[in-house]
Design a protein around this ligand. Structure first.
Ligand code: MG
Length: 157
C-alpha cells in the first residue's frame, strides 16, 4: 500500500550564517538561524518521510536541546530518517519539495541539491524533485526575514 507524508520547515535568516540547502552551500550574506545547519530543504523532506511512515518528526528524533546535534549536517539526519522508514518496512518511492524564498535565486543550485538528496536517500535522482519559488515580496519569505520549505514523500510497503 502506498502512503504519503508531508513536511514543512522554516527558519529565520540571520547575518553571518551559512545558507545550506540540500547540502549545497549557497553564496549569500545571510543564512538560517538554527541549532543544526538549518537546512530547511533536508528538514522538510525528512519530516515528509517520517510522516509517511507515521514515525513522528525530526525534532523529536534529533532534539535541538541535545548538544549532539549542534551544527549537525542535516543530510546526515535525513539519511538516518530514511533508514528508520526502511527499517519500519517501507520502500521509498519518491520525494518532492519546494523551497520558498525571494533571495537568493536558487535555480543554478537545484540540480546539486537533487543529487545530494538522492544520494542520501539511496534513490535515483529522477525520484527527487526540488523547486524554488518566490513569494513576490509577501510575508517572511519575501522580505528576507526567513526561508521555508515544503515537501511530500511517497512510500510503499
Ligand atoms: Mg529546521
Amino acid at each position: 500500500m502506498n502512503r504519503i507524508g508531508h513536511g514543512f520547515d522554516a527558519h529565520r535568516l540571520a547575518d553571518g550564517r551559512s545558507m545550506i540547502l540540500g547540502g549545497v552551500r549557497v553564496p549569500f550574506e545571510r543564512g538560517p538561524l538554527a541549532h543544526s545547519d538549518g537546512d530547511v530543504l533536508a528538514h522538510a523532506i525528512a519530516d515528509a518521510l517520517l510522516g509517511a511512515a507515521a514515525l513522528g518528526d525530526l525534532g523529536a528524533r534529533f532534539p535541538d536541546s541535545d548538544v549532539q546535534w549542534k551544527d549537525a549536517n542535516s543530510l546526515e539526519l535525513l539519511a538516518r530518517c530514511a533508514e528508520a522508514v526502511r527499517e519500519a518496512g517501507f520502500t521509498l518511492e519518491n520525494v518532492d519539495a519546494t523551497i520558498v524564498v525571494d533571495r537568493p535565486k536558487l535555480a543554478r543550485f537545484i540540480e546539486r541539491m537533487r543529487q545530494n538528496i538522492a544520494a542520501r536517500l539511496a534513490l535515483p535522482v529522477d525520484r527527487v524533485g526540488v523547486k524554488a519559488k518566490s513569494s513576490e515580496g509577501m510575508g517572511y519569505t519575501g522580505d528576507g526575514t526567513g526561508i521555508a520549505a515544503y515537501a511530500v514523500a511517497l512510500v510503499s510497503g
